[in-house]
Design a protein around this ligand. Structure first.
Ligand code: SF4
Length: 135
């Protein structure tokens, strides 16, 4: 399949989709450092930890505590799942899912042709980061 993608300036549609933002332990450390907090304090304030996952707590009426009107306020330290989108295994390995994602992501189908090897490498990073989701 031919993959074209270019994130569109000013768009935050993927951040507004219903769902959770999952973190790796490394994501937590990087995001905490970016906002000038210890990992422990960051976790206490922003993270919900279960036996096998970490996710950001959702504020009322938003999907993510770091989404501002201008975009992601922790962009340089954003979690892996945000950084790898839309090159998630379930999207790059399924042409129908990729095309359906275009309904809310205006960057799909635009911009340069993405090498399939590059897309798969990013998808593998996503798979490695959240192994429980891809068993
Ligand atoms: S929905 Fe697509 S174009 Fe919009 S911010 Fe997300 S990745 Fe970029």
């Amino acid at each position: 399949m031919n993959l074209r993608f270019e994130c569109q300036p000013g768009c935050t549609a993927c951040c507004d989709q219903e769902g959770f933002v999952y973190l790796t332990e490394d994501d937590l450390i990087k995001a905490a450092a970016f906002v000038g907090m210890t990992a422990r304090a960051f976790e206490k304030k922003y993270v919900y930890r279960t036996a096998n996952s970490l996710r950001l707590r959702k504020p009322p009426e938003k999907q993510c505590p770091f989404l501002e009107s201008h975009g992601c306020s922790i962009h340089p330290a954003k979690p892996t799942q945000c950084r790898t989108f839309p090159f998630w295994p379930e999207l790059v390995e399924n042409v129908t899912a990729w095309k359906l994602t275009k309904r809310y992501c205006p960057g799909i189908g635009k911009g340069p042709l993405i090498q399939i090897g590059t897309a798969m490498e990013i998808a593998e990073e996503q798979r490695r980061a959240y192994p429980d989701d891809y068993e």
